[in-house]
Design a protein around this ligand. Structure first.
Ligand code: AMP
Length: 114
């Protein structure tokens, strides 16, 4: 399988504005932000889509969500609120095939799946 662009960021082969990193998870600013805060929280393990995750990944995916919540706190948007989104495949709008959780906030978000 060819490397995802996010694996290249993890390996520091391409630059990114990294805001959080530990052994299993990395988070960096989205290159095309849709809101004042738009951060991608990414497991370092390559899993292409949420369809490909197994029960063995449950703890890792929980850590991704908890990292997103911590980053929201550090960005000062936790109390106001924010959104976590995982897109899956074409109709879900996924464009990078390495699971990632969008942390979006810093403004009042509308709810329109379109
Ligand atoms: P998705 O469409 O859910 O797969 O989200 C992929 C996200 O990755 C999009 O919001 C892109 O703007 C973002 N993205 C693509 N390439 C980069 C990059 N090199 N650095 C940061 N964000 C990126």
């Amino acid at each position: 399988m060819s490397e995802s662009i996010f694996t290249k960021i993890i390996k520091r082969e391409i630059p990114a504005n990294i805001v959080f990193e530990n052994e299993e998870v990395i988070a960096f600013e989205d290159i095309s932000p849709k809101a004042p805060v738009h951060i991608l929280v990414v497991p370092k393990k390559h899993i292409a889509t949420i369809n490909d995750a197994g029960v063995e990944d449950a703890e890792l995916l929980g850590k991704v969500i908890l990292a997103a919540a911590e980053i929201a706190k550090s960005k000062g948007i936790a109390e106001r609120g924010y959104r976590l989104v995982i897109n899956c495949n074409e109709e879900g709008g996924q464009s990078v095939f390495h699971i990632h959780c969008h942390l979006i906030g810093g403004k009042k978000l509308s709810w329109n799946p379109d």
